[in-house]
Design a protein around this ligand. Structure first.
Ligand SMILES: [Zn+2]
Length: 95
């Protein structure tokens, strides 16, 4: 099922954490889940494919997040100086 745009990252984060928990469980239990089931071949292949997807995500999301420019209420860039002063240079409200 497709994720809605407004919650896709939060939902996917929770799903990815579930997958990590599942793998940890299998590592501790000879590849079986808590119900004693092995992964199907399709699930195993998807797990393997997720490695490359996760690496690509890490690279692009890291790049995106470190390049975000924070803006004040008036659209001024929050430089280090503006952050240190803590006041919007245009309207002089606290940021
Ligand atoms: Zn302002």
């Amino acid at each position: 099922m497709a994720n809605m745009k407004y919650c896709k990252f939060r939902n996917t984060l929770n799903n990815l954490k579930d997958c990590i928990d599942d793998i940890n469980e299998r590592l501790d239990n000879l590849s079986l889940d808590s119900n004693g089931n092995e992964l199907s071949l399709d699930e195993f292949n998807a797990m393997e494919e997720m490695i490359d997807v996760a690496l690509a995500y890490k690279k692009i999301a890291y790049y995106f997040t470190i390049n975000q420019i924070e803006l004040t209420c008036c659209g001024d860039e929050i430089s280090k100086e503006v952050r240190d002063i803590g006041i919007c240079p245009t309207c002089l409200e606290h940021i």
